[in-house]
Design a protein around this ligand. Structure first.
Ligand SMILES: [Zn+2]
Length: 257
């Protein structure tokens, strides 16, 4: 049941028939995990907090650096040297005191993900390295939690959503494998702020669509910031995928294999 203040606060999205009161109540009841509080995680978190997503968990091991400020739009000069997860949480609480924000200043490894995912409605992968991306993909697949994944480098961006509640959905490893590939880093290759902001903004849009019961398309969206062109690639489940090709079975001791 929405209060008068909430009806006023969220009125512009409540006006949308695709969102409505039912959508507002759905996002208010949702716990969402954001992996990475950088150029993708900042717009994701700001839009989801603004929309009234009830509980946001933010995990990032790093501190704000002055070289982050051109693209990580939640931070100000005073935040340099502060843990990103905590600085972002403070900004989100100032934006929306109605919601619960929990920062984690640490890396999102497999054990932490497995312990954290129960009760999470959706994960947004906003990280900057392949090892974390692989761990997040495997953990979300194992826990059947939908994943919206984004990446950006130079003038290029991409995003894709996997709804792991559907066993037929492909996964990130179907696309890129799960090995230890070399990372392409913004610190070496460069990035323009609006490119990563574009991808993060659309991750937030996909998240709101998923949280309000809409289907996602299972398509890889590729953005070229030089031409403003988008390309779409249909994804197929890889029958040899090391993560999702086997059905998850429970053994008699309760462990998953
Ligand atoms: Zn797969």
């Amino acid at each position: 049941m929405l209060s008068d203040d909430q009806l006023m606060r969220y009125s512009r999205q409540l006006l949308l028939p695709q969102f409505d009161v039912a959508g507002q109540e759905a996002v208010a009841a949702a716990r969402v995990l954001i992996i990475g509080a950088g150029g993708l995680g900042c717009p994701v978190a700001l839009y989801l907090a603004g929309a009234g997503v009830g509980e946001l968990l933010v995990v990032d091991p790093d501190e704000v650096d002055s070289s982050n400020l051109h693209r990580q739009v939640a931070y100000r000069e005073r935040d340099v040297g502060q843990p990103k997860a905590e600085a972002l949480a403070a900004t989100l609480r100032a934006l929306n005191n109605d919601i619960v924000v929990t920062p984690y200043v640490r890396a999102a490894d497999g054990d932490w993900l497995a312990a954290t995912l129960p009760g999470v409605a959706l994960v947004l992968d906003c990280c900057d390295n392949f090892a974390t991306r692989s761990a997040v993909n495997a953990a979300c697949h194992a826990a059947a939690v939908p994943l919206v994944s984004g990446a950006a480098i130079r003038l290029e961006g991409q995003l894709v959503a996997f709804d792991f509640r559907d066993p037929a959905t492909p996964c990130y490893a179907c696309l890129y494998g799960d090995g230890d590939g070399p990372d392409t880093l913004c610190s070496e290759s460069g990035i323009l702020g609006p490119v990563v902001g574009t991808v993060g903004t659309l991750q937030a849009l996909m998240a709101l669509r998923l949280l309000t019961g809409h289907k996602v398309d299972g398509v890889l969206h590729l953005f070229d910031g030089a031409t403003l062109q988008w390309r779409q690639m249909a994804l197929r489940k890889d029958p040899a995928c090391p993560v999702c090709h086997r059905p998850t079975r429970l053994t008699p001791d309760g462990g998953k294999h």
